[in-house]
Write a protein that binds this ligand. Sequence first.
Ligand code: ADP
Ligand code: MG
Length: 730
Amino acid sequence: MSLGTARHDAMLSVIRWRSESPAINYLEKSAEQLFGENVFNEEKLRKRLPKDVFRRLQRTIKVGEPLSPEIADVVASAMKEWALERGATHYTHWFHPLTGLTAEKHDSFISPTSDGKAITEFSGSALIQGEPDASSFPSGGIRATFEARGYTAWDCTSPAFIRENPNGTVLCIPTAFASWTGEALDKKTPLLRSEDALSLQALRVLNLLGDGAGASRVFTTVGAEQEYFLIDSHFYFARPDLVTCGRTLVGARPPKGQQLEDHYFGAIPQRVLACMLEVERDLYRLGVPVKTRHNEVAPGQYEIAPIFERANLAADHQMITMSTLDRVARKYGMHCLLHEKPFAGVNGSGKHTNWSMSTDTGSNLLEPGDTPHDNMVFLVFLCAVIAAVDEHALLIRSSIASPGNDHRLGANEAPPAILSIFLGDQLTEALESIVSGKSASKRSGTLKLGVTTLPSLPRHFGDRNRTSPFAFTGNKFEFRAVGASASIAWPVTVLNTVVADSLARIADELNEAIGKEPTPAKVRDAVARVVKRIYTEHGRVIFNGDNYAKSWQDEAARRGLPNIRNSVDAIVGANTKDDLALFDRHGVLNRREYESRYHIRLERYNTTLMIEAATLVSMARTVILPAALRYQHEVAEAIAATEAAGRQCEHETQLLDEIVALVSELREGISNLEKCLAHEHKSVESHGAAIRDEVVPTMATLRASCDRLEMIVADDLWPLPTYREMLFIK
Ligand code: ADP
Ligand code: MG
């Protein structure tokens, strides 16, 4: 039997790869030696800078002191020396424009001299500031093409790093990106501002609680767990939908999917593990503290998770992680799919974003300790989050809205589009006891496994709940609804901002209740009052049950919690006066900056879906229809030949009828979708609404016809790699 050539080659390539796997020598250096090798980190700064320069730079990094040009010159020169030693010929300002990707423009260190030679040069001003053309990046109306000036500004809190290529290396300098008018055109600037806002309000609260001793800054800590799929590159290239859209637009469900639950935490296939090892090795060298790897729920799906870091660094490292996965996978003949839903009917991919707050003296403000009901700092900060999530549910929901995530949230798969918080029974009880004034019951802190040789395990406050979009997991929140392909910068910016707002109000309340002469009793009473208010007003957002259950949707509706199932509604819904005022109030985004982001997000949604729809039309017309017609012809010929031989062929005639009917359905589907795409729209909003109400359902109908054809057309005539092949051949 000969299969469609691309499919056939792909299968052979998997077999070939096993004998030709590229090997790297893992024994050459230990993980400890590798870690940070390609990063210009604190240790290298200390070694290479004069003491006073190092100290002044540290003050800029740690407390935000302004940087003088002379200091920048010295740092630039040390950075250049180090980069040249590591083979760099070029440097680039590396930034996060509003495309959701990273951007770079390389400049060489070389400057020609008058005698026809060249020297390497890198000045302080080239380090601190760059000037890429801003007009070619999305600005949502902030910049027009005729006013192109944009600036990148060095973010010295995220260390510069070296990116390697077999033919040379590049020094990458993390930067913020703003327009000539000073408006932020990137994702880093608002994230940094939101960290400042949160720190300011958190310190106010800590000081009022009498717990601010020694802390001069509060950091947001973030650890993002990345889920992804790996499939063989040959399959990938044989699918126009994967190449263009990152997900399959057609594809019948395989007989075996994830029903057996045999993939999660299963043994990692050899080629995949080889790829993961190289990814991790590269990430170590870039100072990204990756910690965990495992198989995920779906076949072909995996996860990589780092140790948490300060938010800004975590966001930079997350982008580096995605690009490293993409690059290294290709080396192993595979493609990494970071889309939220590459395969229908199979689990999608998220990016669980773990989030907490911590002082610069190292105490985690969401650490309950042994007696959470007595831990005032914990209770207040916990309540700040509860109030923030309830009050700004729509904004938080909108921060993770994307075409890809629409297939996860509120579709067939959890977490649902209702934002609720899982606290666990014990913490919920602790809050309730404060509200009611009764004492909370104490539960056993250890878990007995009933086997004497096994240790007793310390039990966490509350079980895990894998169905909650926003779960408290021990000493941090896990925002599980973030999509796999998203930059975490924006969702974290939103979390920081809403919590900062909530803390600001709490600080006002505490201030008023405690007055000018604080006593421990006054503080305790004031805290109890805050907890009571928040639990009473916002307790509805706490849900410890099964978020996948239909009954929760009804219950949530009764509680008045928003359930926003698609991106258009989420994005449009979070563009209110209150949202604009919130970001403005905390200095995170001004009105123009916020509106530009709103515009860009809606436009991206529309453009992405228009590309998907056009790809589907083209595949249905030029890939699937011809295959169906070939098969139709084959069956018709078989019938003619059978009848000519004097035999009846009722079943074949039925089959032919079925094919003819499906082909005509397919044609109708194509033409309906084309009609939808031809409509003109006056605004991004009306275009978005039309996509939501017309394009998306019409795509689903057309897909259904394609998938039914896949199930009856002869396998050797089917031109696209199937789900079974992509997911199971590795
Ligand atoms: P899971 O079972 O969800 O995979 P892990 O223990 O692997 O849980 O932790 C998940 C992530 O949470 C890791 O990236 C970890 O670094 C991060 N994390 C742990 N503590 C904090 C914290 N205080 N702030 C932010 N992230 C944290
Ligand atoms: Mg997790």
